[in-house]
Design a protein around this ligand. Structure first.
Ligand code: FES
Length: 165
């Protein structure tokens, strides 16, 4: 029972890798099928678990891998505190609510050295890697070594649902 789904998940997780392999050697099965002899797309499957683990938890969920444009709910308005915000590490986005009913979103990737910001507290979005802080109202730098504001991200607020636009 677990066989086929596991294989499918693995192929999805290594989609980019497979695409690279396929792109490099469309018909070059000699290179591709060296070990398994099959020369099929499933060949990267054994590599997936180790690659996935070392690659950080980002793709761990293996959701859709489609980048999920509009429509996918990120959170509920009630989950974003007024004057604060919430970090979504998987999506690398932080949603804030500087004033009641006013929702903003920014990239959660710190402009200093690329860490994902850790939390929102006391009106700032905080990166704990080296101490940068960004204002919840506009993502501007409030302190620390970050050279630039967090870039804005587009969200859609519909009723009590917030989605990435
Ligand atoms: Fe955020 Fe250095 S990466 S402060």
């Amino acid at each position: 029972m677990t066989g086929p789904p596991a294989r499918r998940r693995t192929v999805l997780a290594t989609g980019a890798m497979s695409a690279l392999l396929l792109g490099c050697s469309e018909y070059g099965d000699e290179n591709d099928g060296g070990e398994n002899g099959g020369g099929e797309v499933q060949e990267p499957a054994p590599q997936a678990p180790s690659g996935d683990r070392s690659g950080s938890g980002d793709g761990g969920g293996g959701r859709d891998g489609g980048g999920a444009p509009g429509g996918k709910e990120l959170t509920r308005t009630a989950d974003v505190p007024v004057g604060g915000g919430k970090v979504f590490k998987d999506e690398k986005v932080v949603v804030t609510q500087p004033e009641k009913g006013d929702f903003k979103a920014f990239s959660a990737v710190c402009t200093h050295a690329g860490c994902v910001v850790a939390r929102v507290s006391d009106g700032t979005i905080d990166c704990t890697c080296h101490g940068s802080r960004f204002r919840v109202a506009d993502g501007s730098v409030a302190g620390g070594p970050a050279p630039k504001p967090l870039p804005a991200r587009r969200i859609t607020v519909e009723g009590d649902s917030i989605s990435l636009a």
